[in-house]
Structures are given as C-alpha cells and as structure tokens.
Design a protein around this ligand. Structure first.
Ligand SMILES: [Zn+2]
Length: 298
C-alpha cells in the first residue's frame, strides 16, 4: 500500500523580510517542528514552482500602484500599509505566502489530494488597493481565483480566524464566493451584500465558540455541495480567550466535516500571536494541531 502524503507548503522565502513579527517568522518554526516531529502523512513541500502563476494572479487581483509600492518601496505609506517596516524582502515574503496558497490549490484540484496546507499568514485583511492588519496580499482571493480558473464553481471561504475577513469579502465578490466567518473580534467587519443570501459573519464569545463553529459548518453543509473550500485556520481566538483544547476540537470538527463532504480543501495557518504570556512554543503547538487533526481525519 502506498502512503498518501498531504503537502504543507513552505520555503525560507516565507520569512524573507527584516521586519520580525509572528506573521513573518512563525512559519519557519512551525516547519521546523513539523520536520522534527513528523505528523503522519504530512509532507513539507516547496511551493516555488507556482511563483510565476501567483505573480500573474496578484496582477489580476491587486491594483498596479499597490503592487508597485510593495515591490519598490517608492510609496512608503502604501508599501507599509499592512503594518511592517518596508524592505525588499516584504514583497518576497508576501509573494511566497501567496504562492503557498496557489500550490496548495493546485495540489487539491489538479493533484487529487483531499487536503493540502500552507504555512501562510497575513492574507485576509488585504484589499485590492492596500494592505491592512499585517496582511499584504490576499492569498485567499488569489486561491479562489485560481480555483475558478481550474473550473471550480461553488467556492467556500471558511474563515475562523479571530478577526473578520472584510478584505477577502471585498476581493472575492466578483467571483460569487460564499464566505462563512466566525470571529471573536470585530476588526475588519463586513456585511453580506443585499444580493448575497449565503455568506454570513457571526461573532462568538469563548463560551459560545464551539457551538458557533458547529452552526457555521451546518450552514456550509446546507449550502453545499462545494467544489472547493478555503479554510483560514487562525489560532488567534486563543489570544481572545478561547482555550487550546477548544481550538483543537474546532480543527477536528472542520477536518471531519471536509472528509465527510469529500470536498477538496486548502488550509492556511492565518493569525496567532505571541501576545501577552503566549510563548512561541505554545503558538507552534496550536498551529500543529490543525495539521494533526487534518491528518487524523483524512
Ligand atoms: Zn486574526
């Protein structure tokens, strides 16, 4: 019997910029942990082969002036609109995180994997014309466009990061993507368009967190079947009081839901921070739980 390997994409360009922050550093530590202490069936893969296609998608989805600013630093306020001090590596870093989404999308839609992951963050708040909230380019919009180019019609963005995905909603409206978002913070709040009865943004307190996630999955089931699902698996609800055990349970619910639906799903790590007394070791453990639960459910 051949072992099925699920790719989790990462390369050292994910940490290419000088600005040191969880979003620009944690992927290297998660990759090191996944290499040192293997998760069954998970294979760390280099997404570099998808870089050219990703740049072409970024040109379709983001405004030219904004891309130019991040590439060159010519317009510093725009180049730094995500909140990082600019250097040339910011473009390299953000492109790499987006490339991981494209490689993972290709792995599930062309390669036949049921799920694929990427250690990408800094995505869902970015809009067409600027960055926001540590997000430079919107890899979720990029992956949705890639999936549409591959023929996927019913596309779901499931965003369980602590913060809302207003940037993604803005950037994927033209694709008719359905967005189901459960948040614990109102940052980047969005409201479904009047002609969009399917998308939904819900807020949850730590006590109500898992029931709200379950409700979101029930909604996703009702609105299915889906051709492609993007899961923004932020661990930052931990920074707003949701416990690690509940977040592991959340990952199990989503992974088992995806396996039951038999839908190709791409998982990206999204938010999660060493704020307060949260250590990097804890944060790495939280993000590992995503891949451990997806590997177990497959
Ligand atoms: Zn967040």
């Amino acid at each position: 019997m051949t072992a099925v390997l699920n790719s989790v994409f990462y390369n050292d360009q994910y940490t290419a910029c000088e600005h040191a922050f969880d979003t620009t550093r944690k992927s290297a530590l998660i990759a090191a942990s996944l290499l040192e202490r293997r998760v069954r069936s998970v294979n760390i893969a280099d997404p570099a082969g998808s870089k050219k296609e990703t740049e072409a998608l970024l040109r379709r989805l983001h405004e030219r002036e904004y891309l130019h600013a991040v590439k060159t630093g010519d317009n510093l306020p725009l180049a730094q609109s995500q909140g990082f001090t600019w250097d040339e590596g910011v473009y390299t870093m953000a492109l790499a995180h987006n490339t991981g989404l494209v490689a993972a999308t290709d792995a599930v839609l062309l390669g036949g994997d049921h799920w694929a992951g990427t250690l990408s963050s800094g995505l869902h708040h970015a809009s067409r014309s600027s960055g926001s909230g540590y997000c430079t380019f919107n890899g979720l919009a990029v992956a949705a466009q890639r999936a549409r180019d591959h023929g996927a019609e019913r596309i779901l963005v499931l965003d369980l990061d602590a913060h809302c995905g207003g940037g993604t909603y803005e950037m994927t409206r033209h694709l008719g993507v359905v967005q189901i978002d459960v948040s614990t913070s109102s940052f980047d709040w969005w409201k479904p368009d009047t002609d969009d009865a399917d998308s939904d943004l819900d807020f949850a307190s730590p006590e109500q967190y898992l029931p709200r996630v379950q409700r979101a999955l029930q909604r996703a089931t009702r609105l299915g079947p889906w051709d492609f699902v993007l899961y923004n698996a932020g661990m930052d609800p931990f920074n707003t009081g949701v416990r690690a055990g509940m977040l592991r349970w959340r990952e199990r619910l989503v992974a088992e839901w995806a396996a039951r639906q038999g839908v190709p799903i791409v998982v990206t790590i999204a938010g999660g921070y060493t704020w307060g007394d949260v250590t990097m070791e804890q944060l790495v453990g939280l993000h590992r739980s995503t891949f451990e639960e997806f590997a177990a459910a497959a």
